[in-house]
Design a protein around this ligand. Structure first.
Ligand code: NAD
Ligand code: SER
Length: 316
């Protein structure tokens, strides 16, 4: 990857901030150009203002920096998308078309676009959900991700576009804040555990969802992008799994470090979204094709989350 020039679109979000730091270590600091709707106060390194819906600006940036790879992270996530379905469809689909079309025209060599467990729906088998199964998503986010997967595969098969994708579970990390998803509770709970020793969950007890510690997700992403093309046999999107738990289990894990921690429940509209998703994921294909293996389980993640959030709050 030494000579690659990478553009991350949506680099200020939960994944983008962590991915940018990792990619900069991998390919060299100046070879990763971050871009988003606005610049953050603490932003360092090459950065461009970009609305992914502005195709001309996108083309200008890839030409200016001689970009070879694009990581497209700009999207509305599940909870936010339900509040603005038409805009979510516009952003999640047309952003992707701008990038896929540039790859089709040979302007960039490789594309990363994340999908989600939201591609599955209420008629999907919920335990150990296979790579290939019934997929009838009933959220606008899931519908846009499923359509995006179909287009990624289509552009690969018809035009030879080297596009790669992972169906992320809910992602949990301490370095960045989540951006409007149904799995966000599993990040907020750690912050509140340290701050107030209690948390009110917007998902009810027993709501088991697939989740993953951010370091595993970033490692999976870079490893899929670095895999030889012939190993990437799925061009829609790969299932990957880390861990599965419900709010009671994450609370129990936190109580190993903060015994007085309590959890309460006030489920809202996000409960219906969570209820439509799988509880656990079968990631056999990712393991077999490009060697995927998670490193973090719930207790290991809890330890790292609490240690780091404690350390950062004592610095601020
Ligand atoms: P996020 O909401 O935290 O970040 C998205 C970023 O995109 C934000 O910084 C936002 O400012 C930027 N953005 C929004 N509209 C834009 C536009 N028009 N042009 C340029 N930038 C724009 O999201 P995230 O959690 O980092 O997710 C990134 C991707 O990963 C999304 O496609 C999401 O669907 C997918 N994903 C995330 C998770 C998760 O748990 N975080 C799980 C599954 C899939
Ligand atoms: N974490 C994401 C969400 O909840 C799943 O794609 O929207």
């Amino acid at each position: 990857m030494g000579t690659e020039k990478i553009l991350i679109i949506g680099s200020n979000g939960q994944i983008g901030l962590e991915l940018a730091a990792s990619l900069r270590q991998h390919v060299g600091y100046d070879n990763v150009i971050c871009s988003d709707l606005r610049k953050l106060d603490f932003q360092e390194g090459p950065f461009e203002l970009l609305d992914v819906l502005d195709k001309n600006r996108f083309l200008e940036i890839i030409k200016k920096h001689q970009i070879t790879q694009v990581y497209l992270l700009a999207a509305l996530l599940s909870a936010t998308a339900e509040k603005n379905p038409k805009f979510a469809w516009d952003l999640n689909m047309n952003g992707l078309f701008h990038i896929l079309d540039a790859a089709k025209e040979g302007l960039i060599k490789k594309v990363y676009w994340p999908s989600s467990i939201a591609v599955f729906g209420p008629s999907t088998p919920r335990a150990n959900t296979p790579q290939y199964t019934v997929m009838e998503p009933n959220t606008i986010y899931g519908i846009s991700k499923q359509a995006g997967e179909r287009f990624c595969e289509y552009y690969h098969q018809k035009y030879g576009v080297d596009v790669r994708s992972i169906r992320y579970p809910g992602l949990i990390g301490w370095k960045s804040a989540p951006g409007g998803g149904t799995t966000d509770y599993a990040v907020h709970i750690y912050h509140e555990a340290l701050k107030s020793k209690t948390y009110t969950s917007f998902l009810k007890a027993g709501t088991i969802l697939p989740m993953m510690y951010m370091d595993d997700a970033i490692r999976a992403t870079i490893s899929l992008m670095e895999a030889p093309a012939e190993l990437v046999k799925i061009r829609s999107s790969y299932n990957i799994a880390g861990m599965s738990f419900d709010p009671e289990e994450i609370a129990a894990s936190i109580r190993k470090y903060i015994p007085e921690f309590t959890i309460n429940y006030a489920p809202d509209y996000r409960q219906a979204i969570a209820d439509s998703w799988p509880q656990s994921i079968d990631d056999s294909e990712a393991r077999e094709h490009w060697g995927w293996k998670p490193e973090f389980d719930l207790d290991k993640m809890t330890q790292v989350m609490l240690e780091n959030l404690k350390a950062t709050s004592s610095q601020s």
